[in-house]
Design a protein around this ligand. Structure first.
Ligand SMILES: [Zn+2]
Length: 327
């Protein structure tokens, strides 16, 4: 039987490579790889099926929040660090993904949320959405509908291009009136919400004539039902997408983190408009998804953000779905 400790001993490996580096007799001089290091990641899209709908997740790029204790509230810094390290995640910084969903029903192409656009509030890694769409073979001009969960900077920032042209020139836009009115309100420009309001105004303002306000329970486009989940923002909306027997719930920012805001769903999140209402809504909606075993697509979960939630103690656990590599 193999001595496991010896087989996986890091010290042993280090000693061997040191011998090699010193030109020792064990492994000889360092080998030359046949190919250089790529230094590039795979294309940032993932395709899967929901019944007969062809769905594609496209990314706007990672969104680094930095040190987590100022963002995830109601728990000590030490406890946040432990929850993260217990889940093999860095404990000193949190990075969210931005998973935007595209659905093609065969007669309509729908994009849910559209990333940070040119805004660099969270650094240089965001703003990849249009490039990701192109990698996925999707022309932004072909998008028929932009369905919006809420008017935050990382969900509507990509509507307008840098030069003031529309990134999705042929799309109708669907958003709740409550969120539209709240985040485009000129009266909030003198408040700490200023940066978010400016971006919402810049992206929603020029598109006012294309906006259709969605109501709770309404079927906004065929097979897509709006469900109000107020709290993170006052008009925050998730979308249940159904084809035949299959459904997936595009939950937007119902929960921002697969550990911190699932294991402890009542924690508060600094970017919530009404953190107490957000926590109550989070528990209620996650309870429903867990009880009905409906998969979710979470905008900020680890790429590509698709999985199930199940009740676990006082909170929930996330079970990422296996990738569908054959459609
Ligand atoms: Zn967000």
């Amino acid at each position: 039987m193999t001595d496991m400790h010896h087989a996986f001993s890091r010290r042993h490996l280090l000693a061997a490579s040191a011998t090699a580096a010193a030109g020792g007799v064990l492994t000889g001089p360092p080998a030359q790889a046949k190919a250089p290091l790529s230094n590039t990641q795979a294309p940032y899209f993932y395709r899967f099926k929901i019944g007969s709908i062809e769905a594609t997740v496209v990314s706007d790029g990672p969104l680094p929040l930095g040190e987590p204790s100022g963002t995830f509230l109601g728990v000590s810094k030490e406890e946040v660090a432990k929850m993260l390290s217990d889940n093999f995640l860095p404990s000193d910084t949190v990075t969210l993904e931005q998973n935007a969903l595209v659905t093609n029903t065969g007669d309509r192409l729908v994009l849910f949320d559209n990333g940070m656009g040119a805004e660099k509030m969270f650094g240089p890694t965001t703003g990849k959405l249009v490039a990701s769409l192109k990698q996925a073979g999707i022309d932004p001009k072909d998008i028929d509908a932009l369905v919006i969960t809420h008017a935050h900077i990382d969900h509507v920032g990509g509507m307008m291009g840098e030069g003031g042209a529309r990134n999705f020139p042929n799309a109708q836009i669907y958003i709740s009136q409550a969120d539209h009115d709240f985040w485009t309100d000129e009266g909030k420009l003198g408040t700490p919400m200023k940066a978010f309001v400016e971006v919402a105004r810049k992206n929603l303002g020029p598109n006012r004539d294309r906006i259709v306000f969605v109501k709770d329970g309404q079927e906004v486009v065929p097979g897509v039902q709006a469900l109000a989940i107020p709290g993170h923002t006052i008009g925050h909306t998730m979308y249940m997408i159904t084809s035949g027997e299959k459904s997936i719930c595009n939950v937007g920012d119902l929960t921002h983190h697969q550990v911190l805001l699932l294991e402890r769903p009542r924690l508060e999140f600094a970017y919530d408009t009404d953190p107490k209402q957000a926590a109550a809504t989070r528990v209620k909606a996650l309870d429903m998804l867990a009880a009905q075993k409906i998969p979710l697509l979470a905008y900020h979960f680890p790429w590509p953000g698709i999985g199930h939630v199940a009740k676990h103690g006082d909170g929930f656990r996330y079970f990422p779905s296996p990738m569908q590599m054959v459609l």
